[in-house]
Design a protein around this ligand. Sequence first.
Ligand code: FES
Length: 116
Amino acid sequence: MSISHQKQIANAFGIDEKYIKTIIKFIPSIKQSKVEYEIVCCSGPRCAKNGSMEVLKTVKKELGLDFNETSSDGKISLRTQSCFKKCKDGPNIMINGKFYHHMNKDKTIEVLRNIK
Ligand code: FES
């Protein structure tokens, strides 16, 4: 669970974030992410057919990161996954568990600028 999700949950329930962190510690199936934004790009063949290479290049350029890297401020991590099993909606990227479908260069830039 990302830091931004923890903040959203704490705000929704009107409680301090430390309670969310405590709950996460007691539920082993929930993993606490150290980054604020975890970005995962599909590198699968069907998304590649639909133009994911341009999306992957755009993500790397916009973030100034390579895959499997984390930003110097520790806020953003970037990695790939071979397929999200959502091929018909590709190219796909996922940010903190939320999917963004039918990505292209312009849509990728817009989505990433909104999280910075
Ligand atoms: S190849 Fe991208 S979701 Fe399957």
